[in-house]
Design a protein around this ligand. Structure first.
Ligand SMILES: Nc1ncnc2c1ncn2[C@@H]1O[C@H](COP(=O)(O)OP(=O)(O)OP(=O)(O)O)[C@@H](O)[C@H]1O
Length: 669
């Protein structure tokens, strides 16, 4: 009983959410209204029109439209037999939908189940299914329908059957292709390892990914089936008089197009309006149900906003507007801590008040909020923090690699004094490599699997230094030797999968440092590697940094790695920097309760036999960061003030800063 009540409430919430999402999109809203109207016409039309649609009135043939003198039924004129077009249009809606909807639903249900089954299992099932689909598809579906309907008597039921069979291969092939791709994914293998049966795996893991595509295909197919029915009626083998469909009306009005255009025009418009509405609604449904497509919705909404708001496309003049609000304590520019030195000429990279929003269908989410830090030539700054605190987003914004879904909404990224965010795409490309380079975590994904490593390593030299392929390849081999790849000359012709994880990471580092970048961002460069290889990679990064005087930004959540390899740290929480300073000092005596909590959670010899400390709770979702201090809900020192005032990053010692109302207290303790 209780469960039923809960599921009913859940269902109502989901319906409300969908309705709210629909209301936000004016095109989808208009399309839904049109389709509801057509459905109402289909249901109520025969009741309203009675036998008006078929009763001939030879005293009123070819009445022109837009006159109410003869009652509502004649508002769209009458045909050559005096039958009112409006009444026929209403009645025909029912017949047209009675063919199109069941035909599409039947082919969708059969084709998609068959396709997912064939694609999931592969082998002979897939081969046989594809050959059957090929055979059906080899006859144009309209021609197939014409042949079958000539042989059997045309009726609504036979049209539904013929069109449904003719369209099954479309769904079968789409579902098969997607299911075949999904069956090799690890999450499907993982489901198999704990005994999930094939239909259960298809229902839980394949169908949710395939259905959004199939729904779009179904909407387009709805248009196709409506048009096919119209064409068959037009040829005289579709809906038979005295029944009436939109297609039949177009066919009948065709002969009188010159003298009585309204007979064919209104049903034609009804077909176009219904098919366009179905397509618009399907594209909205896909955007809303497919997580892979949702970002487009955010970008599209951003597009609208920028079209209507003159300021939306330009970066705000006041930095940090993304987090402006009553609880914002920091003044513009305050992300550089008071009491710490202002940027010096030695600072190669200065990130000031950087804010990044991710555009979601529910609106923008502030994932990076007024982040500021600087790095000097030859220095290593570790960007620390729990998963989801915005480290990678910050790095991607600096490197100009943000997804289209994300947007820099405030701040500056200065490379040797030049604001990278103000540069055009061409200037930005010129700096990618010699300016800011990046080493990614997953080397296998970051290297192109179909190009030899030599070709990939030679690319920066060809693009930036205009070298010939041969000379660039020679430089690539030198680089491979430098990063410690044995037998570099012969291995330059190997592909990425022929290297071990550690070697691939070396190759990635070699590509990143090829052009001696001023700044190198390494985003968790060793997470996927074992401890020995991890140490070798970090040593290599350290050597290259020393040789090239590169400023290194090391993104990690490994405090040990930061302690060993970084000069300074910037600790991030909920999209913002909460503490910065020299690594030994910050780790020796943290000035922010979050840094304290992080350090206390690292297993150490002194914890042997006792419970390991951990920070209670989990980091807030980027879309629901608490007011005031973001850490207050997990902080042992939280007071009333923390709920109302967001603490600014303020100097707490020489070269030290913390964003905590009690930072000074902790410093003096
Ligand atoms: N494409 C996206 N759409 C919506 N939100 C996103 C997207 N990418 C990242 N986010 C959100 O942005 C926030 C910051 O993510 P980010 O990847 O920068 O975290 P991180 O600190 O690098 O985490 P990790 O250490 O796990 O890589 C997270 O809350 C994440 O959910």
């Amino acid at each position: 009983m209780m469960r039923k009540a809960t599921s009913e409430t859940g269902g109502a919430t989901v319906r409300r959410r969908w309705f709210a999402l629909l209301l936000r999109d004016r095109f989808a809203c208009a399309a839904a209204l049109v389709l509801v109207l057509v459905a109402l016409c289909a249901v109520l039309g025969p009741l309203l029109a009675g036998d008006l649609a078929t009763r001939q009135n030879l005293r009123a043939p070819g009445r022109p439209p837009f006159s109410l003198d003869h009652g509502w039924a004649y508002v769209l004129g009458s045909d050559s037999l005096g039958r009112p077009v409006a009444a026929r249009l209403l009645t025909a809606a029912g017949t047209t939908l009675a063919v199109a909807v069941p035909a599409v639903l039947c082919s969708l249900a059969v084709g998609s189940m068959w396709g997912m089954w064939a694609g999931y299992h592969g082998g002979w099932r897939e081969n046989v299914s594809l050959r059957v689909a090929d055979v059906i598809l080899s006859f144009p579906s309209l021609l197939l329908a014409v042949v079958v309907l000539y042989v059997f008597s045309p009726s609504a039921a036979s049209i539904v059957l013929v069109l449904a069979v003719a369209r099954i291969p479309v769904y079968l092939r789409t579902a098969r292709a997607e299911a075949a791709e999904l069956r090799s994914r690890l999450f499907v293998d993982a489901a198999r390892t704990f005994g999930t049966g094939s239909w259960a795996a298809i229902r839980r893991h394949v169908a949710p990914s395939v259905l959004p595509t199939l729904l779009t295909v179904a909407a387009l197919d709805f248009c196709f089936v409506m048009l096919a029915e119209s064409s068959l009626s037009f040829l005289g083998i579709g809906i038979q008089p005295p029944d009436v469909s939109w297609g039949l009306m177009v066919a009948q009005g065709r002969q009188e197009l010159q003298s009585a255009w309204w007979i064919a025009l209104f049903p034609g418009l009804a077909i176009v309006l219904t098919t366009v509405s179905a397509t618009v609604l399907a594209s909205w449904a896909r955007m809303t149900t497919d997580p892979g497509q949702r970002w487009r919705e955010g970008v599209r909404r951003r597009g609208w906003r920028s079209r209507w708001s003159p300021s939306a496309n330009t970066r705000p003049a006041t930095r940090g507007s993304a987090v402006a609000g009553p609880d914002t304590a920091a003044a513009p520019g305050a992300s550089r801590p008071a009491g710490t030195e202002p940027p010096t000429p030695a600072d190669v990279l200065v990130v000031d008040d950087l804010s990044v929003d991710v555009h979601t269908p529910a609106g923008p989410v502030h994932v990076v909020r007024r982040v500021g830090f600087s790095v000097r030539s030859g220095e290593t700054l570790a960007l620390l923090g729990e998963s989801g605190c915005g480290k990678s987003m910050t790095a991607h914004a600096v490197a100009g690699l943000l997804d289209p879904v994300a947007e820099v909404v405030g701040g500056q990224v200065l490379l040797d004094g030049e604001d990278l965010l103000g540069l055009g795409a061409r200037a930005r490309r010129r700096l990618a490599g010699p300016g800011v380079a990046m080493v990614f975590q997953d080397a296998l994904s970051a290297l192109n699997p179909v190009l030899t490593v030599g070709t990939q390593l030679a690319e920066p030299f060809v693009i930036h230094e205009g070298m010939s392929r041969r000379a660039a390849k020679a430089r690539a081999v030198e680089l491979m030797e430098r990063v410690g790849i044995p037998e570099a000359r012969s291995r330059a012709d190997a592909y990425p999968h022929q290297f071990s994880g550690g070697m691939r990471q070396r190759l990635l580092i070699a590509t990143a440092v090829a052009l001696r970048p001023r700044v190198l961002i390494a985003d968790e460069p060793t997470t996927a590697l074992d401890v020995t290889v991890q140490a070798q990679i970090m040593d290599l990064l350290g050597e290259l940094r020393g040789e090239q005087r590169t400023a290194l930004v090391l993104i990690t959540h490994d405090l040990g790695l930061a302690a060993e390899h970084a000069d300074r740290v910037a600790v991030m929480y909920a999209g913002t920097v909460v503490e910065t300073g020299p690594v030994a000092e910050v780790f020796g005596k943290p000035h922010h309760p979050y840094t304290r909590g992080l350090l206390a959670s690292v297993p150490a010899e002194r914890h042997r036999g006792s419970r390991l400390n951990s920070i209670p709770g989990s980091p807030p979702d980027a879309g629901a960061v608490p007011t005031g201090c973001a850490f207050r809900t997990r902080c042992p020192m939280a007071r009333e003030r923390c709920a109302t005032h967001r603490p600014a990053l303020t100097g707490t010692g020489i070269g030290r800063a913390a964003a905590c109302h009690f930072g000074k207290e902790l410093a003096d303790a």
